[in-house]
Design a protein around this ligand. Sequence first.
Ligand SMILES: CC(C)(COP(=O)(O)OP(=O)(O)OC[C@H]1O[C@@H](n2cnc3c(N)ncnc32)[C@H](O)[C@@H]1OP(=O)(O)O)[C@@H](O)C(=O)NCCC(=O)NCCS
Length: 160
Amino acid sequence: MEDTAAPKPASASRTVMTFLVFPEHANALGKAFGGQIMAWTDMCGGICSMRHSAGTTVTAALDDLQFERPILIGDMVTLEGRVNATFRSSMEVEVTVHGENPATGARWRCVEARLTFVAIDDKGRARLVPPLLPESDDDLARIAGATARRDERLARRKPR
Ligand SMILES: CC(C)(COP(=O)(O)OP(=O)(O)OC[C@H]1O[C@@H](n2cnc3c(N)ncnc32)[C@H](O)[C@@H]1OP(=O)(O)O)[C@@H](O)C(=O)NCCC(=O)NCCS
């Protein structure tokens, strides 16, 4: 791997996406289909990781994901992605998904997911990512948490 770039703060790659839930995004109960929420989650996290690493990334892992509350047809879905920590070529990105009722303004959390993205070069090889520049105590706590989770994640990694 080549030399790494200058450190970047998480604020530089923060990614926010909002969608309206249409019938084609929903299941037979009129609730947003879990697979659709997961696809948007992967997309939001992927864009965030690409912004941080200034290039292509692939999804390597998705941690335990739980749907806390449903989002219904006609509701809005807002996803927010931020880089929690960077390692050599990989990054932990946290994506939070909220539902919002456009009529009442009520807003609720649906999902909080953590994904690992690996930056790759044009030959598909892992490449170094810029280090994360912490700007607050919260940033430092996120790095510590992500580092502990990475150890657990890699211990569970399937042998090739
Ligand atoms: C992810 C992938 C690029 C890793 O490639 P690899 O040759 O195994 O690379 P390495 O063992 O050198 O690991 C590269 C990085 O990936 C990380 N990694 C690999 N597998 C991982 C996993 N299951 N969970 C978390 N991190 C993982 C390693 O920790 C390493 O990170 P680091 O450089 O920050 O230390 C490869 O497994 C792959 O292409 N997987 C398929 C990705 C894909 O198709 N995603 C869906 C569509 S985007």
